[in-house]
Structures are given as C-alpha cells and as structure tokens.
Design a protein around this ligand. Structure first.
Ligand code: PAF
Length: 281
C-alpha cells in the first residue's frame, strides 16, 4: 500500500488503474481512524477493485477557536489499519498541497447546510464541500463512502453531487457504536474517564425518543423536549441542538411522518468534546 503526499503522483497511479479498467472507491477521512472508518474502508474494498483513503485534517472546515490545532493524529496506526483492511493507497497531503497561496475558489451550499451543525459551525460545510470536491477531482472515484453518523454531511455531499452533476455514487454507511451505544468518533478521545462514563446517555435518550415514536408520539416539540430533559438530568451534558428533521433536506419538521424519512439529530457538548449523533425515526 502506498502513502502518497502529492496530487500529481496520486493522479498518475489512479490514471494507470483506470486505464486497466479498474474501479476506484474513495473513503475521505481526517485520520485517527476508528472502526467506523474501518467499516467504510471494508465496504469500499468489497465493492471496488481499488480503494483510496484520504487522510487530511482540512483547515478550511474549522473556524477560529475550534479544535484544528489539537485534532488527534496517528498516521502510523492509520496506515496499519488501512493496510490490514486492504486499502491500496493513502492520500495524505500537507495543507499547502491542497491550498496553494493563490487559492480563491470555494464550493458552498445553502438550505441543507444552514441548520444543525451549520448554524454553530459557520464555515464547516463550505470547507467540507470544497475539500470533498477537490478530493473527487483528484481521485475521480466511482464510489465514495461516508458515515451516517454525520447525517447532515452525508445529505450535503449527496446534494452537491446532484447539483453539480458529479458522476460519483455516494454510499452512506451505518454508524458504528461502542458496546454501550456511544457512536464511534475520533473526538471521543477528548473525553476524560468521567465524561466517557456519561456519554452513552446520548444514545440512550435517542432510543427513548424512538420508543415514544413507536408508541404513537409524533409531535417534534414533545420528542425534542424528552431528549433535552434526559440531558438536563446529567449536568455534564449540554445540548447544543436536538431537532427532528427530514432525512433528505435536513429541514425541521413539526411532526414525524411515516416511512422512516425523519431523523432526530443532536449535538451535545461534553467537556472539550462536541458529540453529534442521530437516530432514524
Ligand atoms: O467527515 C470527515 O472526516 C470530514 O468532514 C471529511 C468528509 C473527510 C472532509 O474533510
């Protein structure tokens, strides 16, 4: 497996694969890989002849005061994991390779990116859309794999390929959880022992909301209130948002409608970590 730092060399290898008629899957990541990323890589390896994993902590999707500087990194462990799962290439550029001094173009989106995480993280989806478009142009994959834990990001990327006629199939993969229900995330490494012990309450509260829906409660305000109340019980957990949204448009809905089209999406602050999660309802 190759670890490549330049766009030119990555393109050359992929062009050769394509000349031989091989299909390519891309798993975009910011590194510090966990089993959630592992499931995306394994799926790509199964569905494509070649798999590229990008490892790039994208400065453009962080605002001032966010965790860009301390975002966890472990390239040695990441490359071991990619190798074991059968990936063929890690694209691991420096920031200067992706954003030259004269970089002036951005990809941005309205509506879908404006609520939930987009409301508090101003530049995040502009940064995500820009870097993901660049990765798509560099790797030219047949398929690209994203986790459903980041439901809004997945909806944004799907909308972007549709709007911009990008000929890549976006594959959404199920969230991978710890045994106690906490969604796997690189940012879980920020949690202290005590914080880690209360973190599973987030998913437990989401499951409780799902139960309420199954029992016939469809009013979004009642459901979100139930989630928030569960968080109030534990002072370390601070709800940033809890909303019932349409799973495609990420717009708030007043009532849960049928056929599993809705999600409850939440962001909860716990110590230095900001944890996001969601559940289909
Ligand atoms: O989900 C992530 O890790 C990032 O937002 C992504 C998609 C790799 C873009 O930097």
């Amino acid at each position: 497996m190759n670890i490549i730092k330049t766009i030119g060399e990555t393109r050359k290898i992929i062009k050769d694969w394509k000349k031989s008629g091989l299909t390519v899957g891309l798993v975009p990541t910011m590194g510090f890989l966990h089993e959630g990323h592992g499931s995306l890589i394994a799926r790509s390896v199964k569905e494509n002849d070649r798999t590229v994993v990008s490892v790039f902590v994208n400065p453009m999707q962080f605002s001032l005061g966010e965790d860009m500087g301390v975002y966890p990194r472990d390239m040695e462990r990441d490359s071991r994991m990619c190798q074991e799962l059968g990936a063929d290439l890690i694209f691991n550029p420096e920031a200067e390779e992706m954003y030259t001094k004269s970089f002036y173009s951005f990809v941005d989106m309205s509506v879908i990116s404006e609520g939930l995480c987009g409301a508090s993280r101003e530049n995040m989806f502009k940064g995500v859309c820009t870097v993901v478009s660049k990765l798509f142009n560099i790797v030219t994959p047949d398929r690209a794999y994203f986790g459903k834990k980041d439901a809004q990001q997945l909806a944004v990327v799907k909308q972007m390929v549709n709007d911009l006629n990008i000929d890549i199939k976006i594959v959404g993969c199920d969230c991978v959880r710890e045994a106690d229900g906490l969604a796997k995330s690189s940012r879980n490494s920020y949690l202290t022992h005590g914080e880690r012990a209360v973190a599973p309450k987030i998913y437990a509260a989401l499951l409780q909301v799902k139960k309420m829906v199954i029992c016939g409660e469809h009013h979004s305000c009642v459901l979100t209130e139930s989630f928030k109340r569960s968080m109030y019980d534990e002072p370390m957990l601070q709800t940033e948002y809890a909303e019932i949204v349409d799973g495609l448009t990420m717009q708030p809905v007043p009532q849960v409608t049928g056929q599993g089209r809705c999600l409850m999406a939440v962001a909860v602050k716990l110590g230095k970590a900001r944890l996001i999660d969601n559940i289909e309802i």
